[in-house]
Design a protein around this ligand. Structure first.
Ligand SMILES: Nc1ncnc2c1ncn2[C@@H]1O[C@H](COP(=O)(O)OP(=O)(O)OP(=O)(O)O)[C@@H](O)[C@H]1O
Ligand SMILES: [Mg+2]
Length: 276
Protein backbone atom coordinates (compact mmCIF):
# COMPACT_ATOMS: atom_id res chain seq x y z
CA UNK A 1 0.00 0.00 0.00
CA UNK A 2 2.50 2.57 -1.11
CA UNK A 3 2.18 6.04 -2.55
CA UNK A 4 3.88 4.94 -5.75
CA UNK A 5 0.63 5.17 -7.65
CA UNK A 6 0.05 8.74 -6.54
CA UNK A 7 0.15 10.13 -10.07
CA UNK A 8 -1.71 7.28 -11.62
CA UNK A 9 -5.35 6.24 -11.67
CA UNK A 10 -5.72 3.12 -9.62
CA UNK A 11 -6.76 -0.11 -11.23
CA UNK A 12 -10.30 -1.35 -10.91
CA UNK A 13 -11.22 -4.97 -10.39
CA UNK A 14 -14.31 -6.96 -11.19
CA UNK A 15 -16.85 -7.43 -8.41
CA UNK A 16 -18.93 -10.48 -7.48
CA UNK A 17 -21.98 -8.47 -8.49
CA UNK A 18 -24.03 -9.61 -5.50
CA UNK A 19 -25.90 -6.65 -4.03
CA UNK A 20 -24.92 -6.29 -0.39
CA UNK A 21 -26.54 -2.99 0.55
CA UNK A 22 -29.20 -1.02 -1.27
CA UNK A 23 -31.80 1.65 -0.78
CA UNK A 24 -35.11 1.91 -2.57
CA UNK A 25 -36.94 5.21 -3.04
CA UNK A 26 -35.43 6.73 0.07
CA UNK A 27 -36.62 10.22 0.97
CA UNK A 28 -35.74 12.50 3.88
CA UNK A 29 -37.70 15.60 4.72
CA UNK A 30 -36.75 18.10 7.40
CA UNK A 31 -39.10 20.67 8.87
CA UNK A 32 -37.27 23.93 9.32
CA UNK A 33 -39.01 27.08 10.56
CA UNK A 34 -42.41 25.89 9.41
CA UNK A 35 -41.38 24.78 5.94
CA UNK A 36 -40.29 21.40 4.63
CA UNK A 37 -36.90 20.72 3.01
CA UNK A 38 -36.52 17.54 0.98
CA UNK A 39 -32.85 16.75 1.64
CA UNK A 40 -32.95 13.35 -0.07
CA UNK A 41 -35.58 12.83 -2.73
CA UNK A 42 -36.56 9.33 -3.88
CA UNK A 43 -33.05 7.87 -4.10
CA UNK A 44 -32.46 4.25 -5.07
CA UNK A 45 -28.89 2.90 -5.12
CA UNK A 46 -27.25 -0.51 -5.06
CA UNK A 47 -23.87 -1.42 -3.59
CA UNK A 48 -22.47 -4.65 -5.02
CA UNK A 49 -20.15 -6.62 -2.76
CA UNK A 50 -16.47 -5.67 -2.98
CA UNK A 51 -17.11 -2.58 -5.06
CA UNK A 52 -16.54 1.12 -4.57
CA UNK A 53 -19.48 3.40 -5.24
CA UNK A 54 -18.89 7.13 -5.05
CA UNK A 55 -21.69 9.57 -4.34
CA UNK A 56 -20.73 13.03 -5.51
CA UNK A 57 -22.47 16.36 -5.48
CA UNK A 58 -22.14 19.94 -4.36
CA UNK A 59 -22.50 21.03 -0.76
CA UNK A 60 -26.09 20.59 0.42
CA UNK A 61 -27.01 18.04 -2.26
CA UNK A 62 -27.98 15.48 0.40
CA UNK A 63 -24.97 13.16 0.47
CA UNK A 64 -24.44 13.07 4.24
CA UNK A 65 -28.17 12.80 4.92
CA UNK A 66 -28.29 9.77 2.63
CA UNK A 67 -25.23 8.32 4.40
CA UNK A 68 -26.81 8.82 7.84
CA UNK A 69 -29.94 7.02 6.74
CA UNK A 70 -27.95 4.13 5.24
CA UNK A 71 -26.05 3.90 8.52
CA UNK A 72 -29.34 3.93 10.37
CA UNK A 73 -28.25 6.95 12.37
CA UNK A 74 -31.28 8.86 11.10
CA UNK A 75 -34.76 7.53 10.26
CA UNK A 76 -36.02 7.70 6.68
CA UNK A 77 -39.16 9.70 5.90
CA UNK A 78 -40.04 7.02 3.38
CA UNK A 79 -38.33 4.27 1.44
CA UNK A 80 -36.48 1.08 2.30
CA UNK A 81 -32.89 0.13 3.17
CA UNK A 82 -31.88 -3.45 2.49
CA UNK A 83 -28.78 -5.29 3.71
CA UNK A 84 -28.15 -8.88 2.64
CA UNK A 85 -31.71 -9.11 1.34
CA UNK A 86 -33.08 -8.12 4.74
CA UNK A 87 -35.14 -4.97 5.29
CA UNK A 88 -33.09 -3.02 7.86
CA UNK A 89 -35.04 0.25 7.64
CA UNK A 90 -36.62 -0.16 11.06
CA UNK A 91 -34.18 -2.46 12.87
CA UNK A 92 -33.98 -1.92 16.61
CA UNK A 93 -31.99 -2.99 19.65
CA UNK A 94 -29.65 -5.94 19.25
CA UNK A 95 -30.34 -6.33 15.53
CA UNK A 96 -29.45 -2.69 14.94
CA UNK A 97 -26.23 -3.02 16.96
CA UNK A 98 -25.36 -6.06 14.87
CA UNK A 99 -25.97 -4.00 11.71
CA UNK A 100 -23.61 -1.33 13.06
CA UNK A 101 -20.77 -3.84 13.24
CA UNK A 102 -21.34 -4.78 9.58
CA UNK A 103 -21.60 -1.21 8.32
CA UNK A 104 -18.89 1.09 9.68
CA UNK A 105 -18.20 4.73 8.90
CA UNK A 106 -15.32 7.17 8.73
CA UNK A 107 -16.09 10.87 8.70
CA UNK A 108 -14.44 14.07 7.55
CA UNK A 109 -12.55 15.28 10.56
CA UNK A 110 -10.61 12.56 12.35
CA UNK A 111 -9.51 15.08 14.97
CA UNK A 112 -13.12 15.60 16.05
CA UNK A 113 -13.61 11.83 16.40
CA UNK A 114 -10.73 11.53 18.85
CA UNK A 115 -10.79 12.30 22.51
CA UNK A 116 -7.61 14.37 22.64
CA UNK A 117 -6.71 13.07 26.11
CA UNK A 118 -6.47 9.46 24.94
CA UNK A 119 -3.57 7.89 23.11
CA UNK A 120 -4.35 5.94 19.96
CA UNK A 121 -3.73 2.75 21.93
CA UNK A 122 -6.28 3.58 24.60
CA UNK A 123 -8.80 4.79 22.00
CA UNK A 124 -8.60 1.52 20.06
CA UNK A 125 -8.61 -0.66 23.20
CA UNK A 126 -11.65 1.18 24.57
CA UNK A 127 -13.55 0.58 21.31
CA UNK A 128 -12.77 -3.12 21.54
CA UNK A 129 -13.64 -3.30 25.25
CA UNK A 130 -17.04 -1.77 24.44
CA UNK A 131 -17.48 -4.50 21.83
CA UNK A 132 -16.63 -7.01 24.58
CA UNK A 133 -13.47 -8.26 22.91
CA UNK A 134 -10.93 -9.75 25.29
CA UNK A 135 -7.61 -7.99 25.98
CA UNK A 136 -5.48 -10.68 24.35
CA UNK A 137 -7.60 -10.74 21.24
CA UNK A 138 -7.64 -6.92 21.21
CA UNK A 139 -3.88 -6.54 20.86
CA UNK A 140 -3.60 -8.84 17.86
CA UNK A 141 -6.68 -7.31 16.25
CA UNK A 142 -5.24 -3.80 16.69
CA UNK A 143 -1.96 -4.86 15.12
CA UNK A 144 -3.76 -6.55 12.24
CA UNK A 145 -6.00 -3.56 11.50
CA UNK A 146 -3.21 -0.98 11.79
CA UNK A 147 -1.36 -3.15 9.27
CA UNK A 148 -4.21 -2.79 6.77
CA UNK A 149 -3.71 0.97 6.81
CA UNK A 150 0.08 0.81 6.71
CA UNK A 151 0.70 1.84 10.31
CA UNK A 152 2.92 0.05 12.79
CA UNK A 153 1.71 -0.22 16.40
CA UNK A 154 5.03 1.10 17.70
CA UNK A 155 4.65 4.14 15.51
CA UNK A 156 1.20 5.26 16.70
CA UNK A 157 -0.16 3.48 19.77
CA UNK A 158 1.57 5.75 22.29
CA UNK A 159 0.70 8.93 20.42
CA UNK A 160 -1.95 11.51 21.20
CA UNK A 161 -4.07 12.82 18.29
CA UNK A 162 -2.13 16.08 17.98
CA UNK A 163 1.13 14.15 17.65
CA UNK A 164 0.08 12.57 14.35
CA UNK A 165 -0.36 13.89 10.83
CA UNK A 166 -3.88 14.28 9.41
CA UNK A 167 -3.31 11.27 7.17
CA UNK A 168 -2.18 9.14 10.11
CA UNK A 169 -5.21 10.22 12.12
CA UNK A 170 -7.54 9.33 9.28
CA UNK A 171 -5.86 5.95 8.79
CA UNK A 172 -6.24 5.23 12.53
CA UNK A 173 -9.97 5.92 12.15
CA UNK A 174 -10.13 3.52 9.20
CA UNK A 175 -8.27 0.93 11.32
CA UNK A 176 -10.76 1.46 14.14
CA UNK A 177 -13.66 0.90 11.74
CA UNK A 178 -12.01 -2.28 10.42
CA UNK A 179 -11.66 -3.76 13.91
CA UNK A 180 -15.37 -4.56 13.84
CA UNK A 181 -14.74 -6.59 10.67
CA UNK A 182 -17.39 -4.72 8.68
CA UNK A 183 -18.62 -5.68 5.23
CA UNK A 184 -19.31 -2.06 4.31
CA UNK A 185 -17.19 1.01 4.96
CA UNK A 186 -18.88 4.32 4.46
CA UNK A 187 -16.46 7.22 4.05
CA UNK A 188 -18.13 10.65 4.20
CA UNK A 189 -15.65 13.29 3.00
CA UNK A 190 -13.03 11.18 4.76
CA UNK A 191 -10.20 12.60 2.68
CA UNK A 192 -11.43 16.18 2.26
CA UNK A 193 -9.25 17.70 4.97
CA UNK A 194 -6.04 16.04 3.81
CA UNK A 195 -3.44 17.54 1.52
CA UNK A 196 -3.00 15.97 -1.90
CA UNK A 197 -0.33 13.37 -1.06
CA UNK A 198 -2.01 12.15 2.13
CA UNK A 199 -5.33 12.09 0.31
CA UNK A 200 -3.99 9.78 -2.40
CA UNK A 201 -2.47 7.64 0.32
CA UNK A 202 -5.82 7.19 2.08
CA UNK A 203 -7.62 6.65 -1.26
CA UNK A 204 -5.14 3.89 -2.08
CA UNK A 205 -5.69 2.31 1.34
CA UNK A 206 -9.45 2.23 0.67
CA UNK A 207 -8.84 0.73 -2.75
CA UNK A 208 -6.58 -1.98 -1.35
CA UNK A 209 -9.08 -2.81 1.39
CA UNK A 210 -11.69 -3.45 -1.24
CA UNK A 211 -9.33 -5.79 -3.06
CA UNK A 212 -7.79 -7.52 -0.03
CA UNK A 213 -10.76 -7.75 2.34
CA UNK A 214 -13.57 -7.63 -0.21
CA UNK A 215 -14.90 -4.54 1.51
CA UNK A 216 -17.78 -2.65 -0.07
CA UNK A 217 -16.93 1.05 0.04
CA UNK A 218 -19.37 3.94 -0.17
CA UNK A 219 -17.24 6.98 -0.84
CA UNK A 220 -18.95 10.32 -0.40
CA UNK A 221 -17.31 13.46 -1.69
CA UNK A 222 -17.98 16.83 -3.28
CA UNK A 223 -14.86 16.23 -5.40
CA UNK A 224 -15.65 14.28 -8.56
CA UNK A 225 -11.90 13.96 -9.22
CA UNK A 226 -11.45 11.83 -6.09
CA UNK A 227 -14.63 9.91 -6.86
CA UNK A 228 -13.38 8.98 -10.31
CA UNK A 229 -9.93 8.12 -9.01
CA UNK A 230 -11.28 5.53 -6.60
CA UNK A 231 -14.70 4.31 -7.64
CA UNK A 232 -16.04 1.60 -9.92
CA UNK A 233 -19.34 3.41 -10.19
CA UNK A 234 -20.37 7.00 -9.57
CA UNK A 235 -23.76 8.46 -8.62
CA UNK A 236 -24.17 12.22 -8.92
CA UNK A 237 -26.55 14.01 -6.55
CA UNK A 238 -28.15 17.41 -7.06
CA UNK A 239 -30.81 18.88 -4.73
CA UNK A 240 -31.39 15.50 -3.05
CA UNK A 241 -31.83 13.54 -6.27
CA UNK A 242 -29.53 11.19 -8.13
CA UNK A 243 -29.29 12.96 -11.48
CA UNK A 244 -26.69 10.74 -13.10
CA UNK A 245 -25.18 7.33 -12.47
CA UNK A 246 -22.93 4.92 -14.28
CA UNK A 247 -19.52 3.34 -14.35
CA UNK A 248 -16.72 5.77 -13.67
CA UNK A 249 -15.71 5.65 -17.33
CA UNK A 250 -19.27 6.42 -18.46
CA UNK A 251 -19.55 9.38 -16.13
CA UNK A 252 -16.17 10.81 -17.12
CA UNK A 253 -16.27 10.18 -20.84
CA UNK A 254 -19.97 10.65 -21.59
CA UNK A 255 -21.60 12.70 -18.87
CA UNK A 256 -25.30 13.07 -19.57
CA UNK A 257 -26.17 16.21 -17.65
CA UNK A 258 -24.90 19.79 -17.46
CA UNK A 259 -24.48 19.49 -13.69
CA UNK A 260 -22.09 16.54 -14.06
CA UNK A 261 -20.24 18.32 -16.88
CA UNK A 262 -19.82 21.33 -14.61
CA UNK A 263 -18.44 19.17 -11.77
CA UNK A 264 -16.04 17.53 -14.24
CA UNK A 265 -14.88 20.87 -15.61
CA UNK A 266 -13.40 21.64 -12.19
CA UNK A 267 -10.89 18.79 -12.69
CA UNK A 268 -9.49 19.53 -16.15
CA UNK A 269 -6.79 16.83 -16.20
CA UNK A 270 -9.09 13.97 -15.20
CA UNK A 271 -9.84 12.62 -18.67
CA UNK A 272 -6.19 12.55 -19.59
CA UNK A 273 -5.16 10.66 -16.48
CA UNK A 274 -7.79 7.92 -16.47
CA UNK A 275 -6.49 4.47 -17.33
CA UNK A 276 -9.55 2.25 -17.55
N1 LIG B 1 -30.72 17.90 10.76
C1 LIG B 1 -31.11 18.71 9.78
N2 LIG B 1 -32.14 19.55 9.92
C2 LIG B 1 -32.56 20.34 8.91
N3 LIG B 1 -31.98 20.38 7.70
C3 LIG B 1 -30.93 19.57 7.49
C4 LIG B 1 -30.44 18.69 8.51
N4 LIG B 1 -29.39 17.99 7.99
C5 LIG B 1 -29.24 18.41 6.74
N5 LIG B 1 -30.15 19.36 6.41
C6 LIG B 1 -30.31 20.02 5.12
O1 LIG B 1 -30.42 19.01 4.15
C7 LIG B 1 -29.72 19.39 2.95
C8 LIG B 1 -28.67 18.33 2.64
O2 LIG B 1 -27.63 18.38 3.62
P1 LIG B 1 -26.43 17.35 3.64
O3 LIG B 1 -25.65 17.60 4.86
O4 LIG B 1 -26.99 16.00 3.44
O5 LIG B 1 -25.62 17.78 2.33
P2 LIG B 1 -24.19 17.32 1.82
O6 LIG B 1 -24.37 16.96 0.38
O7 LIG B 1 -23.64 16.29 2.72
O8 LIG B 1 -23.35 18.66 1.91
P3 LIG B 1 -21.77 18.86 2.23
O9 LIG B 1 -21.04 18.54 0.94
O10 LIG B 1 -21.69 20.32 2.57
O11 LIG B 1 -21.40 17.96 3.35
C9 LIG B 1 -29.15 20.77 3.23
O12 LIG B 1 -30.05 21.71 2.70
C10 LIG B 1 -29.11 20.85 4.73
O13 LIG B 1 -29.23 22.17 5.17
MG1 LIG C 1 -21.89 16.19 3.91
Amino acid sequence: MSESRADDMITRSATSGEILLSCQNVTKEFSVAGSTITAVDDVSLEFPEASVLAVVGESGSGKSTLARMLLRLMPVTSGTITFRDQDVTHLKGRDLREYWTEVQAVFQDPFASFNQFFTVGSLLRRSLALAKISKDEADSLIEECLGYVDLRPKEVLHKFPHQMSGGQRQRVMVARALMMRPKVLLADEATSMLDATLRVNVLNVLHDLRNELGLTVLFITHDIGQACYLADRVAVMEHGRVVERGTTEEVIFSPQGDYTRRLLSDVPDLRGSLKP
